[in-house]
Design a protein around this ligand. Structure first.
Ligand code: PMV
Length: 322
């Protein structure tokens, strides 16, 4: 055989309790525990083929060939898979997101999860999900969580994520309000390094994050949306506070980000259970009940600067296509 091929599908995830900062930079181990929800509506499908006839790795994302740093990150993972499998061949990788990538929307989580699963299988390896999660984590810690559906945890210093509850434990909706991006944002790894090195608030974040994580986890266990939402918002704001105090300050918010936060608070004042979180970008994600999702979606869509609002139910495990 001259080519071996596999196709994997993985869903993105949004952290309810955030990860920011590394315990070990070389090994990419997280400094704080995180808790996420995998999203059904944000999907990456990745095909990997190891092929004798290739003279280098070729990687296409949404039909466009990757180069420089994005290509290097994929090649790093392919090299690890080749050395695990004792394989010499180069690979052709074709990946598609079914959500807008230009927005820089959490695509590394689903992307590296799908790549780890497809590449290991295409190389002839049959690893347990925990081992694939560990491999994905080396490229992007949040990707470790995308191997699993529903609610997922990644402990401080952990090598792999672990599923906590399936989505049916607490059937919530996550809305993703996409905001027009101005200048290119600082990547998460670079942002974390800058925060850890220069922010006087970074030690406070690392000290407090486990407590916020425990509050979010207990609220999720009890299916208590107001308590979960409160912990989720504090986790996001505390993480951003640590970034804002870096030198130079790391500011991911756009004007529409703040307008969306204000809108969420208004909704809440009007009796709608809606809670926000924000990652390393200007978009705002809002957690609510299924029966409130349509009303929250229209309210967020009216905010100036919002280009689209996606609605997602909890998503499944990453899988291989037959
Ligand atoms: O795993 P990375 O390097 O893409 O970092 C993810 C960081 C946040 O999205 C801001 C938080 C998180 O826990 O997903």
């Amino acid at each position: 055989m001259t080519a071996t091929k596999a196709v994997a599908v993985a869903h993105s995830n949004i952290a309810l309790a955030k990860y920011w900062g590394k315990k070990d930079e070389a090994e990419n181990l997280p400094a704080v525990p995180s808790l996420s929800l995998t999203l059904a509506a944000l999907r990456t499908r990745t095909e990997v083929a190891f092929d004798d006839s290739l003279e280098r790795d070729v990687v296409l994302l949404g039909g466009a060939e990757l180069s420089e740093r994005p290509l290097e990150r994929v090649r790093d993972m392919l090299d690890k898979v080749r050395s695990l499998a004792g394989l010499q061949r180069f690979a052709r990788v074709e990946s598609q997101n079914d959500f807008p990538t230009a927005s820089g929307l959490a695509s590394s989580a689903s992307g590296f999860a799908a790549l780890a699963l497809a590449a290991t299988r295409a190389a002839g390896l049959e690893l347990p999900p925990a081992a694939v999660s560990a491999l994905a984590r080396e490229s992007s810690a949040s990707a470790a969580r995308s191997l699993f559906g529903g609610y997922v945890v990644l402990d401080a210093g952990a090598r792999r994520a672990e599923p906590l509850f399936s989505g049916s434990h607490f059937d919530l909706r996550m809305l993703v309000a996409l905001v027009t991006r101005g200048e290119k944002a600082t990547g998460s790894s670079e942002g974390m390094k800058l925060t850890a090195r220069t922010s006087p608030y970074y030690p406070a974040w690392v000290a407090e994050a486990p407590r916020v994580y425990e509050r979010a986890r207990a609220a999720l266990t009890a299916r208590d949306l107001p308590a979960l939402g409160e912990a989720m918002e504090q986790s996001a704001l505390m993480m951003h506070a640590s970034m804002l105090a870096a030198r130079p300050g790391l500011l991911y918010f756009a004007p529409a980000t703040l307008a969306l936060i204000a809108r969420v608070k208004e909704l809440r004042a009007g009796g709608v259970p809606a809670y926000f979180t924000i990652d390393a970008g200007p978009h705002v994600k809002v957690l609510t009940l299924p029966e409130r999702a349509a009303a929250v979606q229209s309210a967020l869509a009216e905010v100036p600067g919002v280009v689209d609002v996606l609605v997602s139910a909890p998503g499944p495990d990453a899988t291989l296509e037959p």
